[in-house]
Design a protein around this ligand. Structure first.
Ligand code: ADP
Ligand code: MG
Length: 344
């Protein structure tokens, strides 16, 4: 043995544990945006405003008009493994919210300078806490409307290596816009605003027509070529739009799949989409789709991936075939002959 004497095992302090955990969930400013937007949605907000500066590295601020938090809950919100979303131990198996791990705020707070201002319905005033690198600095009352505002500054200020891996502000902003797009597409009834510095990028009024929200992001080229999709499967319900094959892309990034309100990426389902368009698209081209799937929570395990992009289905074959079949049946019922692009 080359080691002299036994090694000392040390229990890591919570701040360090959170910094390590942050590495899994918080990769870049867009991950902060995703987590904070999800929290605002879980809080039942009807209006959510996101402001970013310097590609989100300098500053990310999210204001919502959701349920808010009381003064005594604020310190808990930034404690790891503390959540209001699993009221009892059985709820893990039928999660109905986007969050449930109780880790995001603790992780973000451990690698940034964070200020939370919040006021719960019925409270005479709001309260505020400042956290710097995971340490709560100054809790106290503050004046604010019902809802929550979270400001994250100087991301990764205390983890220089991670900060060095960030790309240019423009690239980071691109990732933020993508995260914002996914959440805003999934929640058309919520009013979303995105501001970059003092410039408005998006002001998306609430709508019940999903196509309106899709058009707000992608314009009329897409919205005018949407084919409505709907099935009546009790277990794997699918609704939304698939684009006319004449509108296609060189990659599969314009395939937006949502499962129980959560944006997902799933290779098998992307494959099913490709199969559904087989013969309608030239080789190397990919379809454009916006599809919402609803399944009983017990048929899904969202716990697989820390950022929850990947899910595991108890019966993935069934989900694959339902998606393929739903699209194929719809395409058969639509006269697609004039829609097929030129022969290769
Ligand atoms: P999770 O979302 O998994 O519960 P988070 O760390 O993201 O974990 O948030 C911790 C808790 O803080 C949440 O469970 C919720 O009670 C509270 N919280 C966070 N953001 C908001 C918000 N915008 N409005 C109201 N409560 C919030
Ligand atoms: Mg959360």
């Amino acid at each position: 043995c080359v080691v002299s004497g036994p090694r000392i095992i040390r229990q890591l302090p919570p701040q360090l544990v959170n910094q390590i955990a942050a590495g899994e969930v918080i990769e870049r400013p867009a991950s902060v945006v995703k987590e904070l937007l999800e929290n605002s949605i879980d809080a039942g907000s009807s209006r959510i405003e996101l402001t970013i500066d310097g590609g989100g590295v300098e500053m990310i601020r999210i204001s919502d008009d959701g349920c808010g938090m009381t003064a005594d809950q604020l310190p808990l919100a930034v404690t790891s493994h503390a959540t209001s979303k699993l009221p009892d131990d059985d709820s893990l198996f039928h999660v109905g919210t986007l969050g449930f791990r109780g880790e995001a705020l603790a992780s973000i707070a451990s690698v940034s300078q964070m200020t939370i201002r919040s006021r719960a319905e019925g409270e005479p005033s709001g309260s505020q806490i400042d956290i710097r690198g995971g340490v709560i600095e100054s809790p106290g009352p503050c004046g604010c409307p019902v809802g929550t505002t979270i400001e994250v500054r100087n991301l990764f200020f205390n983890t220089p290596v991670r900060r060095k891996f960030l790309k240019t502000p423009q690239t980071e902003r691109g990732h933020i816009v993508e995260a914002f797009t996914r959440l805003a597409l999934a929640n058309p009834k919520v009013h979303f605003v995105l501001r970059n510095g003092d410039k408005d990028m998006f002001d998306l009024l609430p709508t019940v027509r999903w196509a309106d929200r899709i058009e707000a992001f992608f314009g009329t080229e897409i919205s005018e070529s949407l084919i409505q999709i709907e099935n009546d499967d009790a277990q794997v319900k699918i609704s939304g739009y698939a684009c006319d094959p004449s509108v296609n892309r060189g990659n599969n990034r314009m395939q937006y799949l949502f499962l129980n309100g959560r944006h997902i990426r799933d290779r098998a389902l992307q494959h099913a989409l490709g199969e559904a368009y087989r013969g309608l698209l030239m080789v190397g081209r990919h379809p454009v789709c916006f599809l919402r799937m609803t399944m009983p929570p017990e048929m899904i395990d969202v716990n697989v991936h820390p950022a929850k992009l990947e899910v595991r289905f108890t019966d993935s074959g069934r989900v694959y075939s339902r998606l393929l079949q739903t699209l194929r049946q719809r395409f058969l019922a639509t006269d697609m002959t004039h829609r097929v692009g030129p022969a290769p």
